[in-house]
Design a protein around this ligand. Structure first.
Ligand SMILES: NC(=O)c1ccc[n+]([C@@H]2O[C@H](COP(=O)([O-])OP(=O)(O)OC[C@H]3O[C@@H](n4cnc5c(N)ncnc54)[C@H](OP(=O)(O)O)[C@@H]3O)[C@@H](O)[C@H]2O)c1
Length: 307
């Protein structure tokens, strides 16, 4: 890598919450950041907001909707036409507990957007990440993927008739499906790391969880809860987005982070505190499960993720 190497990062869901803060942090470190967002207006507003905080930030918006496979393909093609390498891919975008929705890909929305879209995107960008110098993929999971009962429910992946059942979080239903999608992020990273190691690639795959931050992820909560959130969330140890983004930035930037690491806040209940190593839930160590998810994902997409 020469000294004039332009460091390029893609951050999905860069217009809000943790994606915004991750983009800001990377821009400050000299990365050119491609803000991969589904809404141009929101992306441009966020870009202006980041530039107010970091005047020289080198940013570009490119449209990406993770539940639209043609759009993901077009995004990867447009990026690949313009750039000859990618140093960092942050698979950050996510949705939590929306009203029950099955996408046009015939998948429950959270599984499709949070896992499948990122799996597809990563496979399409892989050649650009495969360089002589070290590059990184950061997958943003959640404590929800660590919670007891989190699983990949292959016998009813779409939660037909069961979506609203199961434990609620601040009045939100569909949390078991959210947990499934976030465990999928961890399992994807596990299998990706194994395959990268087997192929001797100079790419680190790191999975993170941000703890708990007050972002628009809770947009599906009742208006009453959203109204009082700024007051009650600090009392619960829920942090500001800049703090939540620290796990992703740690995974992206620290030289001592290894491929396959799981990074998260080390404070009380892992909600906040300095980033460090987080323990994998038992399900994440089930290699048969991570392989099964990989095979399922390839089959559903009709692609081979070549490493
Ligand atoms: N906040 C937390 O405490 C917390 C805890 C654990 C894990 N996480 C994870 O952190 C990540 C970021 O969440 P956040 O808290 O920053 O939430 P957020 O403020 O709601 O941001 C989510 C971002 O994802 C984008 N997005 C959603 N669906 C998309 C799609 N189909 N295609 C492209 N972009 C899409 C959103 O775009 P729009 O603005 O257009 O909707 C937004 O930019 C998520 O993966 C989430 O699961 C967050």
């Amino acid at each position: 890598m020469t000294s004039d190497h332009q460091k390029i990062a893609i951050v999905t869901g860069a217009n809000a919450g943790l994606g915004f803060e991750t983009t800001l942090g990377l821009a400050k470190e000299g990365y050119k950041v491609i803000m991969a967002c589904r809404n141009a207006e929101k992306a441009n507003q966020a870009m202006a907001g980041i530039r107010r905080k970091a005047k020289s930030a080198d940013l570009e918006y490119m449209n990406l909707d993770l539940i639209d496979r043609d759009n993901i393909k077009a995004f990867a093609a447009a990026f690949s036409d313009k750039y000859d390498h990618l140093d960092l891919l942050v698979n950050n975008a996510g949705v939590m507990a929306p009203p029950y929705t099955v996408t046009k890909n015939d998948l429950e929305l959270q599984f499709d957007a949070n896992h499948m879209g990122h799996f597809y995107l990563t496979s399409l960008l892989f050649d650009k990440l495969d360089q002589d110098h070290e590059t990184r993929i950061v997958n943003v999971a959640s404590l929800a993927g660590k919670r007891e009962g989190a699983d990949i429910f292959f016998d009813n992946l779409n939660f037909v008739d069961t979506y609203d059942a199961g434990p609620e979080f601040m009045g939100l239903k569909g949390m078991t499906a959210y947990s499934q999608s976030k465990l999928a992020n961890i399992l994807f990273n596990q299998e990706l790391n194994d395959r990268l190691a087997a192929a001797g690639k100079n790419i680190k795959a790191i999975v993170v969880h941000p703890g708990a931050s007050n972002t628009s992820l809770g947009r599906n909560m009742s208006w009453k809860l959203r109204l009082i959130a700024p007051i009650i969330t600090p009392l619960m140890g829920i942090t500001k987005p800049a703090k939540g983004a620290e796990s992703s930035l740690y995974a992206a930037l620290r030289t001592d982070v290894k491929s396959g690491d799981f990074i998260g806040p080390t404070g009380k209940k892992e909600y906040n505190g300095k980033p460090g190593h987080s323990e994998f839930p038992p399900k994440a160590l089930d290699k048969a499960l991570s392989k099964k998810l990989w095979t399922f994902s390839e089959k559903h997409l009709g692609v081979k993720f070549k490493i």
